[in-house]
Design a protein around this ligand. Structure first.
Ligand code: PGA
Length: 254
């Protein structure tokens, strides 16, 4: 179902003490935010339980993992399975982040398997797509993003897609660079994604799926980005590590 969502992707940052302090501070600040936005903290694996414990029965804030294995279980040293995450009551998992694609060679086919594993274990994937700079400059960004979505999501039923999957459009050139997409660029791509979903599924599936924007979202630009009709919130990296900035971004949801 379509929701307003602000997810903070902490990536590989913070000690345990720092992570707990940041989460506590976010809990405190978000208590005063009066909108319906769901808040998701995408924390490193070892911090999932401590942060979850801190959130206890917080209605607004939940945790997410940043990745999971495509395998069910077994001899995969260093990997974490969707079943393990589910056994810890983790509701969401980021899949297909551009850093995973770039540094760990994850491609659309592998991501389709990870999506299936996550769904099989009742996790909601936050599926990331987005083009690198050279593709944007060549003008083939829409085709690439459509292909990323086809490869990893279009084997799902419309029902599963609209109920369980969140899409995050993150142009690679905007991630961690301070160079955000304009609200028009974000809106245009979100509309392209929604139209592509209409073509494959239906208008109602497209209308029901949440599509987040990510890439240098900050306290200063969030309001404008989130005002676009097809932008349902954000996946926030750097600014999610600062409790005040992150809270300002959550407040920017109308
Ligand atoms: P950024 O990262 O906000 O630091 O650009 C976004 C992301 O990688 O999800």
């Amino acid at each position: 179902m379509r929701h307003k969502i602000v997810a903070g992707n902490w990536k590989m940052n913070k000690s345990l003490e720092e992570a707990k302090a940041l989460a506590s501070e976010i809990v405190r600040l978000v208590a005063d935010v009066n909108n319906k936005a769901k808040v998701v903290l995408c924390v490193p694996y070892p911090y999932l339980l401590p942060v979850k414990e801190l959130l206890s029965d917080n209605k607004k804030i939940q945790v997410a993992a940043q990745n999971c294995s495509e395998h069910e279980s077994g001899a995969y040293t260093g990997e974490v399975s969707a079943a393990m995450l589910k056994s810890m009551d983790v509701p969401y998992v980021i899949l297909g982040h551009s850093e995973r694609r770039q540094y760990f060679g994850e491609d659309g086919k592998l991501l389709a398997k990870k999506i299936d594993k996550a769904l099989e274990h009742h996790l909601s994937p936050i599926f990331c797509c987005g083009e690198p700079l050279e593709i944007r400059e060549k003008g083939t960004h829409e085709a690439l993003v459509k292909r990323q979505i086809e490869e990893s999501l279009f084997h799902l039923s419309g029902e599963i897609l609209e109920d369980r999957v969140i899409i995050a459009y993150e142009p690679v050139w905007a991630i961690g660079t301070g160079k955000t997409a304009t609200s028009q660029q974000a809106q245009d791509m979100h509309a392209v994604i929604r139209k592509h979903i209409v073509k494959k599924y239906s208008q109602s599936v497209a209308d029901n799926i949440s599509i987040l924007y990510g890439g240098s979202v900050g306290a200063a630009n969030a309001k404008e980005l989130f005002a676009s009709p097809d932008v349902d919130g954000g996946l926030v990296g750097g600014a999610s590590l600062k409790s005040k900035d992150f809270t300002e971004i959550i407040k920017a949801i109308a």
